[in-house]
Design a protein around this ligand. Structure first.
Ligand code: G6P
Length: 369
């Protein structure tokens, strides 16, 4: 991968735009295979994955949010329990070990100290089934893991992770379907449907990137704000978390994410004209519930910025701004909706004149405690 900026102003912007390619590269072996298979995860993977009883995901930062997204897939498609924990928490508590569970570490760099230590701790508790999802070949965490799936995002320079995140999601979806298949929970029609959805994903990601001019217009209204609230539900809640993280990391606007159903249990008290509310609201089973959450915000004078999709049927109004991704992509929708929140953070930061690729106080890879 070229380390040149080309037509882009920052590596972050370049990396956001590289996502169709990064996603396509990450699923290349799967597409060549035409089917989910244990061999994608390395030698002996079938023996490891066939009888796992559950999945414990350990990660930090953006990688942790990829894990939170995967939990929805693992429990609904592979139908085994999944917990997701911040590595620095797991490593210091007396965790319950079930050696039949699969430990999945997610780390772009493969060098994050807390994630590495969490993996070592899991192994010391008797966990031998370990899998690393990593973007850097031969880094420490994959070397310490039994199985590995390398994302092929290419070098990520911007401190705020973008293409590493979406490719982690692709890897986690592939893992989910592979476990489901090995355990007899994925029939041929479902498998064909998911393979097809993945094949179309780079195109859907490109469609989301094409929304950039509309997002630039929003970001100008965002840039003067002090605070922002991000809402999502279900599998899109982690995307709200990721959107809030991106915004605070690079624009220094204080942002928080809430599952939309929690609105009335606290954050609604903060809503007024000064607090923009970003809502991730594609057409899924929870859409009607999200719409009623939006009414609650509206009634308090809040201004909303809604990311919806072609099927969501949101009306725009004075307080409700809507940007629609061009098609509804079903179970992969969180991957597509990661794009507009990245772009919003990027352009808000640009408007505020921050050092986008090197935000203050943050490091790309945290190898100290
Ligand atoms: C740092 C980076 C984040 C990243 C996190 C975990 O905080 O700034 O972008 O998500 O580390 O890094 P990892 O390499 O383990 O995914």
């Amino acid at each position: 991968a070229s380390l040149e900026l080309g037509p882009y102003r920052h590596f972050m912007q370049k990396e956001i735009h590289e996502q169709p390619r990064a996603v396509a590269d990450t699923i290349e072996a799967l597409m060549d295979n035409g089917a989910f298979g244990a061999s994608l995860f390395g030698e002996g993977a079938e023996d490891v994955l066939r009888d796992v009883e559950g999945v414990q995901i350990l990660a930090c930062g953006t990688s942790y949010y990829a894990g939170l997204t995967a939990r929805y897939w693992i429990e609904s498609i592979a139908k085994i329990p999944c917990s997701v924990e911040i590595a620095s928490e797991y490593r210091y508590r007396e965790a319950h070990a079930n050696p039949k569970n699969l430990i999945v570490t997610i780390s772009q760099s493969g060098e994050t100290l807390d994630t590495m230590e969490a993996l070592k701790y899991a192994k010391s508790l008797g966990h031998a089934k370990t899998l690393s999802i990593c973007n850097v070949p031969e880094s420490a965490i994959p070397r310490a893991s039994r199985l590995v799936y390398y994302t092929r995002a290419g070098a990520e320079i911007g401190v705020a992770s973008t293409k590493a995140f979406t490719t982690q999601l692709v890897a986690l979806f592939t893992l989910t379907c592979t476990i489901a298949k090995l355990q007899g929970r994925l029939d041929a029609a479902q498998e064909a449907g998911y393979i097809d959805a993945l094949r179309q994903l780079p195109g859907s990601v490109q469609h989301a990137l094409n929304l950039e001019p509309q997002i630039v217009a929003w970001s100008e209204r965002f840039a003067p704000k002090q605070h922002a609230l991000f809402l999502g539900r279900g599998v899109h809640y982690p995307i709200a978390l990721e959107g809030a993280l991106k915004l605070k990391e690079i624009s220094y606007i204080h942002a928080e994410a809430y599952p939309a159903g929690e609105l009335k249990h606290g954050p609604l008290a903060l809503v007024d004209e000064a607090m923009p509310v970003v809502v991730i609201a594609p057409n899924d089973a929870l859409l009607e519930k999200v719409k009623s959450n939006i009414q609650e915000v509206r009634a308090r004078g809040g201004e909303m910025f809604v990311f919806a999709d072609a099927d969501s049927q949101f009306g725009e109004s004075e307080q409700v701004n809507v940007i629609r991704t061009p098609r509804h992509v079903g179970v992969l929708s969180p991957i597509v909706h990661a794009i507009p929140v990245q772009l919003l953070a990027y352009h808000a930061a640009l408007a505020r004149g921050t050092d986008v690729d090197k935000p203050r106080n943050l490091a790309k890879s945290v190898t100290v405690e």
